[in-house]
Write a protein that binds this ligand. Structure first.
Ligand code: BGC
Length: 363
């Protein structure tokens, strides 16, 4: 980590000395507007959170005086690669990237590095690339422990005799975050699974078995319908106590499968989520999702704008973790924002009073 950070920092210093200015952008042309151009590459518009992330990044960067090239890649890796290429040739001075597949950007980012364009990995770490300078996300392991602890508390696992039946659902295994979400949750739940107090009757306990391609609602619904059929779960069948879901888009698929199998708010298994997407907030209000984890995308965007500003001035961007996120080339200095647990009783304070949603958004 130290080497990588200090290497980048000395690049900043050397550049500053050479051009007699503190800006890392000083060596390159500015956009025709005269403003410094920032490339923002987002994975898809099909999930609510990335639309919010993109919109927040664009408005906050513009308010700070930058020109923003914001692109969405429709969850297609070649599209994301060519959008990043265009940003590089189009004169972007910093790249902010939320990767679709964390392992697929090594080649294109060599071009960024060759042009001394700093790269900030946004929310998802970009793997196997020494072109990545900083990472900004939420504390993803903690998200997982929140979900695991929620199930532990609600089922009273510490003291109840059990056994309890749960199932495990996580996201796309090309997303590095999945390791943190899944392992964070399992750090709480695995001892109970190992002792037999908690059973996973499908037998699908590994990350690979619990993964969901593209975090897709349809995929998770299909998988869960198969689990319901093969185990025989149902309101009058085998009891299902809880489903660990790493996020809301996958939780929505599980909810659809459970509702189709006859579950209602009176007997709904405890279901976790993440993001506080609108459909999940509605489901929480309807009693068919127990909790979600709120990650305020305004906070993350704000932190990334601080990083960009610091790079522009030749300062060191804010980081609060220099140990956890190794992308295969070394530790990437990171800023991890705080996630919070949201249950139905917290919706008003966390999501409405904070101005994140209006009441109409979630009714
Ligand atoms: C994000 C989650 C999101 C998931 C699917 C993850 O990388 O951290 O907030 O739910 O991707 O988009």
């Amino acid at each position: 980590m130290k080497m990588k950070f200090s290497k980048f920092f000395s690049m900043v210093v050397v550049l500053s000395m050479v051009v007699g200015s503190v800006s890392v952008f000083a060596g390159g042309a500015r956009a025709s507007s005269g403003k410094t151009k920032i490339g923002v590459s987002m994975p898809t518009q099909s999930l609510q959170r990335w639309n919010q992330d993109g919109a927040n990044m664009k408005s906050q960067l513009e308010a700070a005086g930058y020109q923003v090239d914001l692109q969405y890649a429709n969850n297609e890796v070649p599209t994301q690669v060519s959008q990043i290429e265009n940003m590089i040739t189009g004169g972007a001075k910093v790249l902010v990237i939320a990767a679709i597949d964390g392992f697929s950007l090594t080649e294109v980012l060599k071009e960024a590095k060759a042009k001394n364009i700093p790269v900030i990995a946004y929310d998802r770490l970009i793997m196997n690339s020494d072109a990545v300078n900083y990472y900004a996300s939420f504390d993803n392991f903690r998200v997982g422990t929140f979900q695991g602890t929620y199930i532990e508390t609600k089922l009273n696992l510490k003291t109840a005799a059990g056994p309890f039946n749960i199932e495990l659902v996580t996201g796309d295994s090309a997303d590095n975050n999945v390791n943190f979400f899944f392992n964070g949750a399992l750090s709480i739940l695995k001892p109970y699974i190992d002792s037999g107090k908690v059973k996973v009757l499908s037998g699908q306990t590994t990350l690979a078995q619990a993964a969901t391609l593209n975090w897709s609602t349809e995929e998770s619904q299909k998988r869960f319908e198969n689990i319901i059929t093969s185990v025989g779960y149902g309101p009058s069948g085998v009891k299902l106590d809880a489903v660990l879901c790493s996020n809301d888009s996958t939780a929505n698929g599980v909810t659809n499968a459970l509702v189709n199998a006859g579950y209602t708010r009176a007997n709904f298994p405890i279901l976790t989520g993440q993001d506080c997407d609108k459909p999940s907030v509605k489901n929480m209000n309807a009693g068919i999702q127990a909790m979600s984890v709120f990650k305020d995308t305004r906070t993350l965007a704000g932190k990334v704008v601080e990083m960009v500003n610091a790079l522009a001035k030749g300062d060191a961007p804010p980081v609060n973790d220099t140990q956890t996120y190794n992308n295969g080339t070394g530790i990437i200095p990171s800023f991890l924002c705080d996630p919070i647990v949201v249950e139905p009783k917290d919706i008003q304070a966390a999501l409405i009073d904070s101005g994140y949603y209006t009441l109409a958004d979630i009714q």
